[in-house]
Design a protein around this ligand. Structure first.
Ligand code: LLP
Length: 436
């Protein structure tokens, strides 16, 4: 969060509020989200891409009604990938035409709800889905705008579980691999285009590519853009139609540690815009409307998790284990992806020497690590507050009730005011689902 400062007795303030007061009022653990920063990032992306492009915020990173309202007000569109995300978006008043529906296995109910609501885009991910969406749209008397998600064959340098454009994974239809359709030539993506163009209830508006997540090297996006434009030109040659849109997905990395060096939205917009324009010019195509789908790059840096230290165990000659009141239930990313985070003592200043620490949670498993290696002051004590920055993306949205943990609230701060936008779960919430 941008508005973090050190104030009284060295305690950190965020959006003008002392973290000790936030902990007092909202309890710990809590996600503290800086609304001012969130809105500023939305504006930076909008302005960088300009009126000729669309920015779809990827709701999977973190979605709530307040977030949807902020996006709406800041002129962003929204990418949803489930009925639950769609319901949240519609409940908070996002106009349906500004919503895109994603997913590799959307249910009939999800597709029906999306078509009925009039979503601006459904991104098709398989042959079965082409037929399914066409059938549903026809039944509802609609012509549904769709894009086809292709896998461009780029090896993005990120964790295997979040890389999506190499061929051996579940998403999209491959550009390459003519062998799957030797009779028609081209790969599954070209075959999907043929099928969609034959269906009256589908309006093919463009091609979609998402190459992965937490990526710093823009080269992968450039290869992806080139290959997507290549497909547009193939479609023009084969079918005589020029598709008006391309979407290059999300995946721009953020700084979790000081070594990470992310690109700014205007650099990203310029590089993507330039390469698309250049490739289109070379192919003799009109430049299509570009869209992107950043999730992490918008919400990730805007929040931190506030924890209270409970127990401290010094293992002679090894390290000190600092246990906090949350853990893998509010941040699974360290355990799942080996993700790196930093951590700081935020409730007071300390001149004590640094001690090598591992910040762990309270769950019944030794992989329950929040920050693998960190230096914290040697005078750390139970009751101190720690903050783990950059937890706005994929932490609350991937939170679980493991060990019947109660998922933490999301507290939004702006202009010296704090308010709950997602409340803390209660034991009654847990028991309400348990009807046995
Ligand atoms: N568009 C599509 C089609 C996606 O699948 C995703 C992310 C995005 C956009 C947004 O990507 P972003 O800009 O946030 O990187 N749980 C993992 C990340 C999974 C990303 C899945 N798809 C993590 O915590 O790192």
């Amino acid at each position: 969060a941008r508005t973090v400062r050190r104030g009284d007795e060295g305690a950190v303030t965020v959006g003008g509020l002392d973290v000790r007061e936030l902990a007092e009022e909202f309890g710990t653990p809590a996600y503290v989200l800086d609304e001012t920063d969130f809105r500023a990032r939305c504006r930076a992306w909008r302005e960088a891409f300009g009126p000729g492009a669309d920015v779809f915020y990827a709701g999977k990173a973190f979605l709530s009604r307040a977030v949807v309202r902020w996006l709406h007000e800041e002129g962003l569109n929204l990418d949803v990938c489930s009925g639950g995300e769609l319901a949240t978006a519609l409940a908070a008043g996002m106009p349906a035409e500004r919503i895109a529906l994603h997913g590799n296995n959307k249910s009939t109910e999800e597709i029906t709800r999306a078509v009925e609501a009039g979503v601006g885009r459904i991104v098709l991910d398989s042959y079965q889905e082409i037929a399914r969406v066409a059938h549903i749209a026809k039944g509802l008397g609609r012509r549904q705008p769709v894009q086809i998600r292709v896998t461009v064959g780029v090896e993005a340098h990120t964790h295997e579980f979040i890389a999506t454009a190499h061929e051996d994974q579940k998403f999209g239809l491959a550009l390459a691999g003519g062998s799957s359709h030797p009779e028609t030539g081209g790969g599954p993506a070209a075959e999907a285009v043929r099928r969609v163009l034959m269906l009256d209830s589908l309006e093919l508006t463009g091609i979609h590519s998402h190459i992965g997540s937490q990526i710093f090297d823009m080269a992968g996006f450039e290869v992806s853009a080139r290959r997507v434009v290549g497909l547009l030109s193939q479609i023009r040659d084969e079918h005589g139609v020029e598709l008006p849109e391309i979407d290059l997905g999300g995946g721009l990395g953020i700084a979790y540690t000081p070594e990470d060096d992310p690109s700014e939205p205007h650099e990203i917009a310029k590089r993507l815009g330039d390469i698309v324009a250049r490739e289109c010019e070379a192919a003799g195509l009109a430049v299509p409307r570009l869209s992107v789908e950043p999730g992490r790059a918008i919400v990730g840096p805007t929040a931190f998790t506030l924890y209270e230290v409970g127990t401290i165990k010094e293992l002679e000659g090894l390290r000190t284990y600092v246990s906090v009141d949350g853990g893998m239930s509010d941040n699974i990313r360290t355990a799942l992806y080996d993700a790196e985070y930093s951590v700081a003592l935020v409730s007071r200043a300390s001149d004590a020497p640094p001690m090598l620490s591992r910040v762990v949670g309270k769950h019944c498993e030794s992989g329950d690590i929040v920050v693998r290696d960190a230096f914290l002051p040697a005078d750390l004590a139970p009751g101190d507050l720690l903050a783990v920055p950059a937890t706005g993306a994929y932490c609350r949205s991937m939170a679980s009730n493991y060990n019947h943990a109660l998922r933490p609230p999301v507290v939004a701060v702006a202009d010296g005011q704090a308010r709950t936008i997602v409340r803390r779960e209660t034991e009654e919430d847990l028991l309400r689902l348990d009807v046995g």
